[in-house]
Write a protein that binds this ligand. Structure first.
Ligand code: B1M
Length: 186
Protein backbone atom coordinates (compact mmCIF):
# COMPACT_ATOMS: atom_id res chain seq x y z
CA UNK A 1 0.00 0.00 0.00
CA UNK A 2 2.72 2.49 1.00
CA UNK A 3 4.79 1.42 -2.02
CA UNK A 4 1.93 1.78 -4.49
CA UNK A 5 1.16 5.18 -2.95
CA UNK A 6 4.65 6.21 -4.11
CA UNK A 7 5.94 6.88 -0.60
CA UNK A 8 9.75 7.05 -0.60
CA UNK A 9 11.00 3.53 0.33
CA UNK A 10 13.56 4.96 2.78
CA UNK A 11 10.74 6.79 4.52
CA UNK A 12 8.83 3.50 4.77
CA UNK A 13 11.95 1.84 6.15
CA UNK A 14 12.92 4.54 8.66
CA UNK A 15 9.55 5.89 9.76
CA UNK A 16 7.56 2.64 9.75
CA UNK A 17 9.73 -0.49 9.95
CA UNK A 18 12.74 0.72 11.97
CA UNK A 19 10.59 3.02 14.13
CA UNK A 20 8.37 0.02 14.94
CA UNK A 21 11.39 -2.00 16.06
CA UNK A 22 12.51 0.89 18.28
CA UNK A 23 9.05 0.88 19.86
CA UNK A 24 9.35 -2.87 20.37
CA UNK A 25 12.71 -2.31 22.08
CA UNK A 26 11.13 0.25 24.42
CA UNK A 27 8.14 -1.99 25.13
CA UNK A 28 10.32 -4.95 26.10
CA UNK A 29 12.38 -2.74 28.41
CA UNK A 30 9.18 -1.69 30.17
CA UNK A 31 8.01 -5.34 30.27
CA UNK A 32 4.90 -4.46 28.28
CA UNK A 33 5.76 -7.26 25.84
CA UNK A 34 7.91 -10.41 26.04
CA UNK A 35 10.26 -12.44 23.80
CA UNK A 36 7.53 -14.21 21.74
CA UNK A 37 6.09 -10.82 20.72
CA UNK A 38 9.58 -9.57 19.89
CA UNK A 39 10.06 -12.63 17.65
CA UNK A 40 6.77 -11.98 15.87
CA UNK A 41 7.82 -8.35 15.30
CA UNK A 42 11.18 -9.46 13.89
CA UNK A 43 9.46 -11.89 11.50
CA UNK A 44 7.17 -9.11 10.33
CA UNK A 45 10.14 -6.77 9.87
CA UNK A 46 12.10 -9.31 7.80
CA UNK A 47 8.95 -9.97 5.68
CA UNK A 48 8.54 -6.21 5.19
CA UNK A 49 12.19 -5.92 4.16
CA UNK A 50 11.71 -8.64 1.53
CA UNK A 51 8.86 -6.61 -0.02
CA UNK A 52 10.81 -3.37 0.19
CA UNK A 53 14.09 -4.85 -1.08
CA UNK A 54 13.64 -4.06 -4.80
CA UNK A 55 12.60 -0.50 -3.97
CA UNK A 56 15.46 0.18 -1.56
CA UNK A 57 18.39 -1.16 -3.47
CA UNK A 58 19.49 -0.12 -6.92
CA UNK A 59 19.72 -2.86 -9.50
CA UNK A 60 23.37 -2.82 -10.36
CA UNK A 61 24.74 -5.57 -12.58
CA UNK A 62 28.31 -4.60 -11.75
CA UNK A 63 30.43 -6.87 -9.61
CA UNK A 64 32.86 -4.55 -7.92
CA UNK A 65 34.21 -6.91 -5.27
CA UNK A 66 33.44 -9.44 -2.57
CA UNK A 67 32.38 -9.00 1.01
CA UNK A 68 31.59 -11.55 3.70
CA UNK A 69 29.10 -10.52 6.36
CA UNK A 70 27.74 -12.12 9.50
CA UNK A 71 26.33 -11.52 12.95
CA UNK A 72 28.95 -12.55 15.49
CA UNK A 73 28.92 -15.65 17.66
CA UNK A 74 26.20 -15.86 20.30
CA UNK A 75 24.06 -13.20 18.59
CA UNK A 76 20.87 -14.03 16.69
CA UNK A 77 19.85 -10.54 15.55
CA UNK A 78 19.85 -10.45 11.75
CA UNK A 79 17.67 -7.54 10.60
CA UNK A 80 20.42 -4.89 10.54
CA UNK A 81 22.81 -7.32 8.84
CA UNK A 82 20.15 -8.16 6.23
CA UNK A 83 19.67 -4.48 5.55
CA UNK A 84 23.41 -3.93 5.06
CA UNK A 85 23.44 -6.93 2.67
CA UNK A 86 20.53 -5.55 0.63
CA UNK A 87 22.16 -2.13 0.27
CA UNK A 88 25.56 -3.55 -0.68
CA UNK A 89 24.11 -5.91 -3.28
CA UNK A 90 22.19 -2.98 -4.72
CA UNK A 91 25.51 -1.20 -5.29
CA UNK A 92 26.99 -4.14 -7.20
CA UNK A 93 28.93 -5.73 -4.35
CA UNK A 94 28.95 -9.53 -4.13
CA UNK A 95 27.95 -10.30 -0.55
CA UNK A 96 28.44 -13.71 1.02
CA UNK A 97 26.01 -13.74 3.93
CA UNK A 98 27.16 -16.15 6.66
CA UNK A 99 24.01 -15.65 8.73
CA UNK A 100 23.90 -15.29 12.50
CA UNK A 101 25.93 -16.79 15.37
CA UNK A 102 29.03 -16.90 13.18
CA UNK A 103 32.22 -18.18 14.83
CA UNK A 104 35.63 -16.53 14.27
CA UNK A 105 36.78 -19.68 12.45
CA UNK A 106 33.81 -19.49 10.09
CA UNK A 107 34.57 -15.82 9.28
CA UNK A 108 38.18 -16.72 8.45
CA UNK A 109 37.37 -19.85 6.45
CA UNK A 110 34.65 -18.21 4.35
CA UNK A 111 36.62 -15.00 3.73
CA UNK A 112 39.60 -17.05 2.53
CA UNK A 113 37.46 -19.40 0.44
CA UNK A 114 35.69 -16.49 -1.28
CA UNK A 115 38.86 -14.38 -1.53
CA UNK A 116 36.82 -11.52 -0.14
CA UNK A 117 38.29 -8.05 0.36
CA UNK A 118 36.06 -6.86 3.22
CA UNK A 119 34.81 -8.63 6.35
CA UNK A 120 31.63 -7.08 7.82
CA UNK A 121 30.44 -7.86 11.33
CA UNK A 122 27.20 -6.97 13.06
CA UNK A 123 26.34 -7.25 16.78
CA UNK A 124 23.28 -6.08 18.71
CA UNK A 125 24.20 -7.14 22.22
CA UNK A 126 26.72 -5.58 24.57
CA UNK A 127 27.58 -9.16 25.57
CA UNK A 128 28.37 -10.29 21.99
CA UNK A 129 30.06 -7.22 20.50
CA UNK A 130 33.34 -8.39 22.06
CA UNK A 131 33.07 -11.32 19.63
CA UNK A 132 34.16 -8.87 16.90
CA UNK A 133 37.54 -8.59 18.56
CA UNK A 134 37.85 -12.38 18.62
CA UNK A 135 37.20 -12.50 14.88
CA UNK A 136 39.99 -10.00 14.16
CA UNK A 137 42.29 -11.86 16.58
CA UNK A 138 41.64 -15.10 14.65
CA UNK A 139 42.73 -13.42 11.39
CA UNK A 140 45.84 -12.14 13.20
CA UNK A 141 46.61 -15.60 14.59
CA UNK A 142 46.59 -16.95 11.03
CA UNK A 143 48.76 -14.03 9.91
CA UNK A 144 46.23 -12.75 7.34
CA UNK A 145 44.88 -9.65 9.14
CA UNK A 146 46.44 -7.27 6.59
CA UNK A 147 44.69 -8.93 3.63
CA UNK A 148 41.29 -7.71 4.80
CA UNK A 149 39.37 -4.55 5.61
CA UNK A 150 37.17 -4.95 8.70
CA UNK A 151 33.89 -3.04 8.96
CA UNK A 152 31.74 -3.18 12.09
CA UNK A 153 28.31 -1.94 13.11
CA UNK A 154 25.19 -2.57 15.18
CA UNK A 155 23.46 -0.50 17.85
CA UNK A 156 25.91 -1.01 20.77
CA UNK A 157 29.00 -0.54 18.56
CA UNK A 158 30.77 2.85 18.56
CA UNK A 159 33.69 4.37 16.62
CA UNK A 160 35.78 4.17 19.82
CA UNK A 161 35.01 0.47 20.20
CA UNK A 162 35.91 -0.14 16.55
CA UNK A 163 39.27 1.53 17.11
CA UNK A 164 39.85 -0.38 20.35
CA UNK A 165 39.41 -3.76 18.63
CA UNK A 166 41.52 -2.75 15.62
CA UNK A 167 38.64 -2.76 13.12
CA UNK A 168 39.16 -0.45 10.14
CA UNK A 169 35.77 1.22 9.90
CA UNK A 170 32.57 1.76 11.88
CA UNK A 171 29.42 2.93 10.11
CA UNK A 172 26.15 3.74 11.89
CA UNK A 173 23.69 2.42 9.30
CA UNK A 174 23.22 0.21 6.28
CA UNK A 175 23.34 2.97 3.68
CA UNK A 176 26.64 4.41 4.94
CA UNK A 177 28.09 0.89 5.25
CA UNK A 178 27.24 0.10 1.62
CA UNK A 179 28.51 3.43 0.31
CA UNK A 180 31.78 3.10 2.21
CA UNK A 181 32.29 -0.50 1.05
CA UNK A 182 31.78 0.61 -2.55
CA UNK A 183 34.37 3.38 -2.16
CA UNK A 184 36.84 0.92 -0.63
CA UNK A 185 36.37 -1.63 -3.40
CA UNK A 186 36.67 0.58 -6.48
CO1 B1M B 1 16.82 -8.51 21.03
N1 B1M B 1 17.68 -7.16 22.11
N2 B1M B 1 17.36 -9.91 22.32
N3 B1M B 1 15.80 -9.74 19.93
N4 B1M B 1 16.15 -7.00 20.14
C1 B1M B 1 17.71 -5.80 21.58
C2 B1M B 1 18.96 -5.56 20.75
C3 B1M B 1 17.66 -4.93 22.91
C4 B1M B 1 18.25 -3.52 22.78
C5 B1M B 1 16.18 -4.90 23.40
C6 B1M B 1 16.00 -4.16 24.72
O1 B1M B 1 16.27 -4.71 25.76
N5 B1M B 1 15.58 -2.93 24.68
C7 B1M B 1 18.45 -5.87 23.90
C8 B1M B 1 19.97 -5.67 23.92
C9 B1M B 1 20.47 -5.02 25.20
C10 B1M B 1 21.94 -4.87 25.17
O2 B1M B 1 22.70 -5.76 24.95
N6 B1M B 1 22.36 -3.65 25.42
C11 B1M B 1 18.07 -7.24 23.37
C12 B1M B 1 18.13 -8.43 24.15
C13 B1M B 1 18.52 -8.27 25.60
C14 B1M B 1 17.83 -9.70 23.61
C15 B1M B 1 17.89 -11.06 24.35
C16 B1M B 1 19.09 -11.27 25.25
C17 B1M B 1 16.55 -11.19 25.09
C18 B1M B 1 16.42 -12.42 25.96
O3 B1M B 1 16.44 -13.51 25.47
N7 B1M B 1 16.32 -12.18 27.25
C19 B1M B 1 17.87 -12.06 23.16
C20 B1M B 1 19.28 -12.42 22.69
C21 B1M B 1 19.25 -13.52 21.66
C22 B1M B 1 20.61 -13.69 21.02
O4 B1M B 1 20.93 -12.95 20.10
N8 B1M B 1 21.40 -14.61 21.55
C23 B1M B 1 17.17 -11.25 22.10
C24 B1M B 1 16.41 -11.81 21.08
C25 B1M B 1 15.74 -11.11 20.10
C26 B1M B 1 14.81 -11.76 19.09
C27 B1M B 1 15.34 -13.11 18.57
C28 B1M B 1 13.46 -11.99 19.72
C29 B1M B 1 14.71 -10.60 18.01
C30 B1M B 1 15.73 -10.71 16.84
C31 B1M B 1 15.20 -11.48 15.65
C32 B1M B 1 16.00 -11.24 14.40
O5 B1M B 1 16.89 -10.40 14.31
N9 B1M B 1 15.65 -12.03 13.41
C33 B1M B 1 15.09 -9.38 18.81
C34 B1M B 1 14.80 -8.04 18.41
C35 B1M B 1 13.89 -7.89 17.21
C36 B1M B 1 15.32 -6.91 19.08
C37 B1M B 1 15.01 -5.40 18.85
C38 B1M B 1 13.59 -5.15 19.36
C39 B1M B 1 15.11 -4.91 17.40
C40 B1M B 1 16.46 -5.14 16.72
C41 B1M B 1 16.37 -4.74 15.26
O6 B1M B 1 16.25 -5.60 14.40
N10 B1M B 1 16.34 -3.43 14.95
C42 B1M B 1 16.14 -4.70 19.71
C43 B1M B 1 15.70 -3.37 20.30
C44 B1M B 1 16.23 -2.19 19.49
O7 B1M B 1 17.09 -2.31 18.66
N11 B1M B 1 15.73 -1.03 19.83
C45 B1M B 1 16.59 -5.81 20.60
C46 B1M B 1 16.15 -2.91 13.59
C47 B1M B 1 17.50 -2.97 12.81
C48 B1M B 1 17.33 -2.37 11.42
O8 B1M B 1 18.42 -2.18 13.53
O9 B1M B 1 20.01 -4.14 13.89
O10 B1M B 1 20.44 -1.88 14.98
P1 B1M B 1 19.92 -2.68 13.86
O11 B1M B 1 20.71 -2.24 12.51
C49 B1M B 1 20.92 -0.88 12.21
C50 B1M B 1 22.29 -0.36 12.68
O12 B1M B 1 22.66 -0.86 13.94
C51 B1M B 1 23.19 -0.70 11.55
O13 B1M B 1 22.36 -0.68 10.37
C52 B1M B 1 20.98 -0.79 10.71
C53 B1M B 1 20.25 0.47 10.25
O14 B1M B 1 20.47 0.77 8.91
N12 B1M B 1 23.95 -1.96 11.52
C54 B1M B 1 25.16 -2.00 10.87
C55 B1M B 1 23.69 -3.17 11.99
N13 B1M B 1 24.69 -4.01 11.68
C56 B1M B 1 25.61 -3.33 10.99
C57 B1M B 1 26.84 -3.70 10.43
C58 B1M B 1 27.60 -2.72 9.76
C59 B1M B 1 27.14 -1.42 9.66
C60 B1M B 1 25.91 -1.03 10.21
O15 B1M B 1 28.81 -2.93 9.18
C61 B1M B 1 29.28 -4.20 9.03
Amino acid sequence: MAITSNINPFEILNRALIKAMENIGEAIKKREIFIPEMMIAAKAMNAGLEILKPELAGRSNDNIGKVVIGTVQGDLHDIGKNLVTIMMRGLGIEVIDLGVNVSPEMFVNKAEEAQARIVCMSALLTTTMTGMKEVIEEFKRRDIRQKYIFMVGGSPVTPAFAEEINADFYTPDAVSAAELAKKLLI
